[in-house]
Design a protein around this ligand. Structure first.
Ligand code: ADP
Length: 639
């Protein structure tokens, strides 16, 4: 029979496996047992609604057998099995789950060996220890079996085979020992036993192996009293060697955090320890156990369509759904983990699950737990939380702007404090507000460096008030959606009135405004459509002018909509901020403007243009006509 070729990336991986000098090659056993367990999960799930399976829950098992003479190690399961086509697609290409990540790392050769240890790469790991692998499988519902055989990178064959019952046998013919390598150890009961214990103890299906035991039996020899002598005799007995308690069902004191972290890394393909581990054990209307993980970094596909959010859902230890998205609100879609409840009815269809009341109760509970754990992390391990926030802060922000579901998430936000020069929470901001400070001040812009020089914030800085610098596109929408924090309203340094004036000062300012009505109207006329109004500023100290806005759309939003428009086309032209030019009445430029207004209107108009240009520049908004502006500067600076 002609050999078929592996897909090219599988081939590279195989070569790596075959030639691996990796010391943790023992993980192949974990990988194969985990595949067997998944296959049983699948058939068990089918058996809930299909009587024809003919197996009870207790009938499912994984067997580990050896044949020392032929150097064979065999892992068998009575799970769902594979058809010839499935053998081809499943074993002809590298494990999908790890493949992308693996490919990324393949470009950094020094790292590649470690990947095997961290993720496991599934079935292929068998080639680390075997010179030939044969898979005999019969799929559930099929009358015939097939055999897949391969000796490694040069390809594989598939042909019909005999097998009495559903399931899969993985037969590994071990490599010959070399001077440095002892492959025979994988035929030893002791080694296999301890590897199962080490890596697969929590697999919930029984892993059965022949175990050698000793017992005392009567011999034919008689002792001095004429009784038959008792002697020790070895015998073997099939025994379940794993403890079968899923890790999330184990009491906390028996499973330390390191074990959970290890479980997380293997199961969810992450290099890093999780930022937090959450155990939930709930009794009540719905009883369930959950083990949840907050990753410390976003997985490589997190912001792509490839990423599948959701928790694994088990009902009494049987996997019902691999990614149950209904268990997590959108804003916590980064959470990984497992939920296991005996109260969910087993033969519920996947579609019905969506409307399940019990599921909703679990989801609510999970959401609360995650929220409180994040709060704890924020309060107790700032550094870890910062790391988490860098990856997932944006997710929380989307949660807030997308509606009522995100309510209460504002406690978890961090913003850059201009005073502390680091990220702080809103609670910290409010806590450090001087008593007389009424608002939470913020400024939106591209970078903290730019924002720190804003003319509008001079007075606040003088007063020693902190200003939050918001540099994410979405931040301004977030602040609006939050509205108030601990009864304090937000105020934009750039766009709004800072609310610093006393009543008397207000009156005085209003009077000043009236006194200068003519000149301000003149400026508005000179600048035409460019601005909606000109007025005197209440926040400038040493700068001559600044740009503010009126109405709902701020400069930052305008910028944001423009960037979307550049990407997507359409829409955003109406999304223009109404600009207001504010003057510092105490600045010499205003005196000059006034004087020109009385004596030389043309010059006054040019001054207005010049000051408007400055205001744009300081706000980080591009000049509408840079050449004209340069001309004006030249005219006044060098004449
Ligand atoms: P992964 O388990 O990460 O998907 P593997 O390379 O280990 O990758 O396995 C590839 C696929 O082959 C599995 O997803 C599964 O569909 C199938 N498979 C492997 N082992 C078995 C088995 N014992 N019984 C049934 N199907 C199996």
């Amino acid at each position: 029979m002609a050999k078929k070729q592996f897909k090219s990336e599988s081939k590279r991986l195989l070569e790596l496996m075959v030639n691996s000098i990796y010391t943790h090659r023992e993980i192949f056993l974990r990988e194969l047992i985990s595949n067997a367990s998944d296959a049983i999960d699948k058939l068990c799930y089918i058996s809930l609604t299909d009587d024809k399976v003919g197996l009870e829950r207790d009938d499912f098992q994984i067997r580990v057998t050896t044949d020392k003479e032929s150097r064979k190690l065999i892992i068998s399961d009575n799970g769902v099995g594979m058809t010839a086509a499935e053998l081809e697609t499943n074993l002809g290409v590298i494990a999908k789950s790890g493949s992308l990540k693996f490919k990324e790392e393949m470009d950094q050769p020094s790292e590649e060996i470690d990947i095997i240890g961290q993720f496991g790469v599934g079935f292929y790991s068998a080639f680390m220890i075997a010179e030939r692998v044969t898979v005999i499988s019969r799929a559930y519902g099929s009358d015939s079996a097939n055999q897949w055989t391969s000796e490694g990178a040069d390809g594989y064959t598939i042909k019909p085979a005999e097998k009495d019952s559903f399931g899969t046998d993985i037969i590994m013919e071990l490599k010959s020992n070399t001077e440095d390598e002892d492959y025979s150890e994988f035929l030893e009961e002791y080694t296999l036993h301890s590897l199962v214990k080490k890596y697969s103890d929590y697999i919930r299906w029984p892993i059965i192996m022949d175990v050698t035991k000793s017992r005392q039996v009567e011999s034919d020899e008689l002792d001095s009293d004429g009784k038959k002598k008792m002697v020790w005799e070895d015998y073997t007995e099939a025994e379940v060697i794993n403890s079968r308690v899923p890790i999330w069902q184990r009491p906390k004191n028996e499973a330390p955090d390191e074990e959970y972290a290890k479980f997380y890394k293997e199961k969810f393909f992450d290099f890093n320890d999780p930022a937090a581990i959450i155990r939930v054990s709930a009794e009540g209307t719905v009883s369930f156990k959950a083990m949840l993980f907050i990753p410390s970094e976003a997985p490589f596909d997190y912001f792509t369509r490839e990423y599948k959010p959701g928790l694994q859902l088990y009902s009494s230890g049987i996997l019902i759904m691999e990614h149950c998205a209904d268990l997590l609100p959108e804003h916590f879609r980064f959470v990984r983990g497992v939920v296991d409840s005996q109260d969910l009815s087993l033969n519920i269809s996947r579609e019905m699950l969506q409307h399940d009341r019990q599921l909703k109760i679990i989801a609510n509970n999970v959401e609360k737990k995650v929220r409180s754990e994040l709060t704890k992390l924020m309060e107790n391990s700032a550094e870890k939380y910062d790391g988490f926030y860098k990856s997932f802060g944006i997710q929380l922000k989307y949660g807030i702007v997308s509606g009522p579901q995100g309510e209460g998430l504002s406690d978890l936000l961090l913003f850059y404090s201009s005073k502390e020069a680091k990220l702080i929470s809103l609670a910290e901001y409010v806590k450090h507000m001087p008593e007389e400070q009424k608002f939470i001040y913020y400024a939106c812009g591209e970078s903290a460096a730019l924002l720190s020089k804003l003319p509008q914030s001079e007075e606040l800085r003088e007063k020693g008030y902190d200003i939050l610098f918001l540099t994410d596109d979405i931040d301004e929408f977030v602040v609006r959606a939050v509205g108030k924090f601990e009864e304090k309203e937000f105020r934009s340094v750039i766009d709004g009135d800072l609310g610093l004036q006393s009543e008397d000062e207000e009156k005085e300012a209003a009077q000043q405004e009236t006194d200068n009505k003519d000149i301000l109207e003149f400026v508005k006329e000179s600048l035409g459509d460019k601005i909606t109004a000109a007025r005197l500023s209440r926040k400038l100290k040493s700068y001559p002018v600044c740009l503010a806005t009126q109405g709902d759309i701020t400069l930052e939003m305008e910028r944001y909509f423009k960037s979307i428009q550049a990407r997507d086309g359409g829409m955003a032209d109406q999304m223009k901020a109404q600009r207001v030019l504010e003057f510092n009445a105490g600045h010499k430029s205003f005196a000059a403007l006034k004087k020109a207004y009385e004596t030389d209107k043309e010059k006054a108009s040019k001054y207005a243009q010049l000051l408007y240009g400055q205001a744009l520049l300081m706000a980080g908004v591009p000049l509408e006509d840079p050449a004209e502006f340069a001309e004006l500067v030249n005219e006044f600076a060098f004449s």
